[in-house]
Design a protein around this ligand. Structure first.
Ligand SMILES: [Zn+2]
Length: 90
């Protein structure tokens, strides 16, 4: 099951709506200025109104892993670019 502690690790600005009990914050899976990401403690499910991702803990951790791979690939790409710049100074 997905818990608010798990979500908070990735969504530091998560805040609880006192009326509905739902948690809102900025989505960890797409870039956004205002929070459209929601976590419901009762059903242990997350949902993002911005990018449409959502589900239970299995989907949460799968998406985190995909995000990690995307970021690692981007770092490698930037490192290759930097190495090329060093090899061919203009
Ligand atoms: Zn999103």
């Amino acid at each position: 099951m997905l818990f608010v502690e798990d979500v908070k690790r990735e969504v530091p600005d998560l805040t609880q709506n006192r009326r509905t009990g739902r948690w809102w914050g900025r989505c960890p899976f797409h870039v956004e200025a205002t929070g459209s990401f929601m976590f419901d403690e009762k059903s242990h499910k997350f949902f993002c109104l911005g990018c449409g991702l959502g589900g239970e803990s299995a989907e949460w951790f799968r998406q985190l892993e995909l995000k990690g791979r995307r970021e690692a690939a981007e770092e490698r790409r930037q490192a290759r670019q930097a190495a090329r710049r060093d090899a061919n100074p203009s």
